[in-house]
Structure formats: structure tokens, C-alpha cells
Design a protein around this ligand. Sequence first.
Ligand code: ZN
Length: 394
Amino acid sequence: MSIRPIAAVVLLGTALLAPPAARARIPDGNAAAVDIGSASLGQRGLLAFRVSAKEPWSPASLEPRGGLRLCLQLFRGRLASPRREVCVRSRPGGTGMKLVSYALDASGKVLSRTYVPASFVRGRQTSVLARFLPSDARVRSGKWRWVAASRAPDENCAPPAQPPCEDRFPSDGVGSITVRTPRPRGCTAVGSPYRLNGPRGRNQIALTFDDGPGPYTSSILRVLGRFDVKATFFVLGDRIAGRQGMLRRILREGHELANHSWNHAILAAGGSGAYNQIRRTNAVIRSATGFTPCLFRAPYGAVSWSLVAEARRAHLATIEWDVDPRDWATPGAGTIFARVVGSARGGSIVVMHDGGGPRRQTAQAVAAIIKRLRVRGYEPVTVSQLLGFKQLYR
Ligand code: ZN
């Protein structure tokens, strides 16, 4: 849980001793480079990049709108040119910010760019803190050196004009960080505590698997892995003993773990019996993996408001489905496929099973389902991603 030491902080003194650069203010306040007073790069699950300027700057002045660059440059090996730049940019039409990661070649030419999901905290018009997953920014695990860099819009830097074109922190050195792969530790349910599906406007669909872990879980995982698809596994507490490694594998491969009660009893009566089943299952999942689910699915889909309330008391949202191929009745892989693709649409939650009986047909159907959904432009995601629930990492 500790924040990684931030080497650049020790260099702060040097930066403060440097004579202040002559900074001719350009009428439009942010036409010159951001005058960086300090910067830090740390990791607490997510990477946290913070830049503090000596004077106010506006997100609207950032590229692409205003042309001002504000980037985290990441170096590996020699410092001739950065390998990667993660830049804060303005959002079209608003004051918001977004993050874009660029891969660069040795000469600094941009090879590719990727939008990075990130959260931002603005402080007193002078600072910004961006938090993001290293993998989303294509920043691999391992040692990196870094610099926070700002550059004025190109037109303001062309000779003979000489505004402060560039600034960097540390001004005469580099920071260093060892980036590691964050491990998920939970999620936070927000909004309605009872869901049958996600937002319809998007092209995302959640595939879910109930009643595991069991003998067929690994064959489902193999298929999902082949297509690099992330799914959600609603597991039963009393099936976990002896299969803790399978739960860890589910998480490690990027899927989501969720709670399907302790022993698949009908819990619609709610009350403390239901609450205890939910709590006990979450405790076993947590002790096996370090991850605490925020999703609950009622056995048999037998839901009541009292059960939803008990789940909510345990900090879980109750998740049902809008697409059910009834794969548990083993109707044949072709039928499972046809039923899913026949009714899935944007925002759908599809219920299938990796446990509770012979699941070979389900495993066979999943590959064809994924291929067809992708042809139609849908991307399978976890339920938390579909519903926009916050992911927690350590
Ligand atoms: Zn079930």
C-alpha cells in the first residue's frame, strides 16, 4: 500500500536554485510553456502524475485546442529521446482534460497514439493530477526514467519570437520509477443497486458465467484468452475450497470476480440469512485473491427488494441479465449461440454457466458468440466496466 518513492523530489532543491527564466508574458495567458514548479510520478495501483505550475494555466489552452503541450516523457535506457509521452490534452468544446499516450521512435517521431482512460484533479488553477492504469497508457512494468515537459504552441516558438518555449521538471535531471502491474482489489458499485443490463447507447456487452469455479472454468478461460475478451464470473462460496488458484487466475487474466451466494440457496426472503451468505462468500473470495467483489447475483435469479437491500448493505449491486440462452439445460452449442446472438444488443448482460453441470456446450458456443458479436461491432467487457463502476487497485 505504500506509495513508491519519488526520486525527482530530491531534485526539487536544484530546480528551486536555478535562476528564474525570463518569461515574457504573452497576452493570451497560456501561449507560453507551462512554468513547471514541481512534478511527481508515483504509483499506488494506478500511476499518479502530478504537475504544479508557478502560474495559472487553463486546460483549454492545451493541445489540440490551444496548442500548448504538457506531457510526461518516459525514457528507457539512454536519454536521447523519450520512448513514450503521456500528454494531458484539452477536450473539444469544454474545459475538461483527456490523456493520450504516444509511442515514439528514436528520432522522436510518433509511431502510434492511444487514448488513456484517466481521472483528473485540478488544484487552484495551477496543478493537475492525472491517475491512470499503466497498461492503458502502454507503459510496461519495469524501470523508467521520466521528465515532466511543457512546450508552447509551435507558432509562438518560431524565430524570431522567443517566449519561454519549453520548460521541464526536473530542470537538470530525471525522475525514476519502477512501474509494476497493479493488482485489482475491488470495485465500487454506484447508482441503482439492481440492474438487468447496462447503458443501451454503447456497443458494449457483458458475458457472465455462474455457478463456478468448476471443472469447466479453465476451458472457458482458454476461449476468452484466445480472443482477449474479459468476462465476469459469479462464483459460489462453497465451491472455492481447493480452487483458490483458479480464482486468482480469473483475476490475473483480467476478468472480474463476483458473488453468487455461498451455496446457491434461494435467498429471496432476504434478511440476515441472505446477508450472511453474501458476506461469507465475499470474505472467502477476498482471502483467496485479495479482491472484494461489488456485484451479487441471486441464485436462480430469485430477487426481492429485501434481498437487493441486503446485498446493498454488504456494498454489492444486484446484477441480473437480459439475455439467457438457458445453457444449463444443455440445448446444444448451436442453440446457445443462436439464442445469445439473437437477442444480445448494446448494454446486454448475458448469463451463462461455467459450473453446476456439464458445460462443454457453453465453452464451445462462447468462441462463436464472441466472433459474431465482434462482427456486429460489439465489445465484450466486464459487468463493472459496462456499468461504469470504479475499479480499485493496489
Ligand atoms: Zn446459479
